[in-house]
Design a protein around this ligand. Structure first.
Ligand code: SAM
Ligand code: SF4
Ligand code: SF4
Length: 342
């Protein structure tokens, strides 16, 4: 499935911890009109520096570590700073996505220095997910403080860190795009991009801690909303462009288990669909604390997964809806770079 003779890019989820309640995040759901966690078992797992080193060394060559996060805010990992030091000392590039509304500005200053360090020439980037300005930010990023994120991002940038402002566009923040772009330039972000949500809409109003919310999709790019709906309903096969395979990447979760990608990671919602997935799901030994990546890739799961894409009867829904439908159009459209100075 991936080519182990080449360096591998890893999407690494260090923990299952987060301080926010973004309504469309995989962590959360709206049930009976109330925003809540999808499952009870969250905010209780973390990867120590020691375990990270063991897991990292069990992969032959790592080209890039991405702390993108599926159910996590990786920056909240206790050893996040030291883990990044280790990665950079290993001449490996790193990208992190963060809500930024955590840790003091002085910590971010130190991280900015580290990301600017001349110890390695490899790319390092911090993506601040700033979905709007002032009070509007917290209409999606529930529990976040706009002022705190800006203070932290500026401390990181002023210390030399390479930062991106990434803005997911909703109805409630679409009027702020130009102002956000201006501020991003003024504060020294090197990149500014707009992200159009691919997630299912939340059709009902909901409450969280006695406050009422309504999350409406953006309407400045109407065609996108139509494409999004069609894509989410798509179940055909035969045209799979597996992004994990194309980019030679794989995902390591907060227990150091290895998965093809974030859509198939610990996906209990697809258990019962295909036996090959169930077998892999319940076999907890495929983790980088006990085995090398090469040993894990010898599990028949990886070959069967590839074969499963040819037939509707065997293809996992995540593969068909995520990596089949009009994928080029989707990939090109959903994230739009507004400026890029590097
Ligand atoms: C699940 S978050 C985890 C990382 C970190 N906690 C954060 O929020 O940046 C990973 C990515 O999902 C994106 N994301 C969250 N909600 C989204 C939505 N409704 N539509 C599109 N992307 C979304 C974030 O912008 C972020 O880049
Ligand atoms: S900050 Fe990231 S991980 Fe946390 S709830 Fe929001 S999208 Fe999910
Ligand atoms: S969802 Fe399936 S096809 Fe897409 S990246 Fe993951 S494993 Fe590959």
């Amino acid at each position: 499935m991936i080519d182990l003779s080449k360096p591998v890019s890893i999407n690494w989820e260090l923990n299952n911890i987060c301080n926010l309640m973004c309504p469309q995040c995989t962590r959360n759901t709206v049930k009976d009109g109330v925003l809540q966690w999808t499952e009870k078992s969250l905010n209780n797992r973390d990867t120590s520096l020691e375990d990270f080193k063991t897991a990292f060394n069990n992969i032959d060559r790592v080209s890039h570590v991405a702390f993108y996060g599926t159910v996590s805010e990786n920056v909240l990992s206790k050893d996040f700073f030291e883990i990044n030091e280790f990665i950079i000392n290993n001449e490996t590039s790193v990208t992190t996505s963060t809500n930024g509304s955590i840790r003091p500005a002085k910590w971010w200053r130190e991280l900015g220095k580290l990301y600017n360090s001349s110890k390695s020439s490899k790319l390092r980037k911090m993506v601040f997910c700033l979905d709007g300005l002032r009070e509007e930010l917290s209409l999606y990023r529930i529990n976040a403080s706009y002022d705190k994120i800006i203070e932290n991002a500026r401390a990181f940038i002023d210390a030399g860190g390479n930062a991106e402002w990434r803005m997911t566009v909703f109805k409630h923040n679409q009027h702020q795009i130009e102002e956000a772009e201006e501020l991003a330039r003024k504060y020294g972000f090197k990149h500014f991009c707009l992200q159009y949500s691919r997630r299912n809409d939340i059709e009902e109003t909901f409450t969280y801690k006695d406050k009422s919310y309504e999350l409406l999709p953006q309407d400045i790019w109407k065609e996108w909303e139509q494409i999004k709906k069609e894509r989410n309903a798509y179940t055909e096969v035969g045209n799979i462009n597996c992004r994990a395979q194309i980019n030679n990447y794989t995902l390591v979760d907060f227990t150091s288990r290895v998965w093809p990608c974030c859509w198939l990671q610990n996906a209990d919602w697809i258990v019962g669909d295909q036996k090959f997935y169930d077998d892999y799901f319940y076999d907890k030994s495929n983790n980088l604390l006990e085995k090398s990546l090469e040993e894990i890739m010898n599990n028949p799961f990886w070959d069967i997964l590839q074969m499963s894409w040819d037939e509707k009867s065997s293809c996992l829904k995540a593969c068909s809806s995520t990596c089949s439908f009009n994928e080029n159009k989707i990939a090109a459209g959903f994230r739009v770079n507004v400026f890029d100075y590097e």
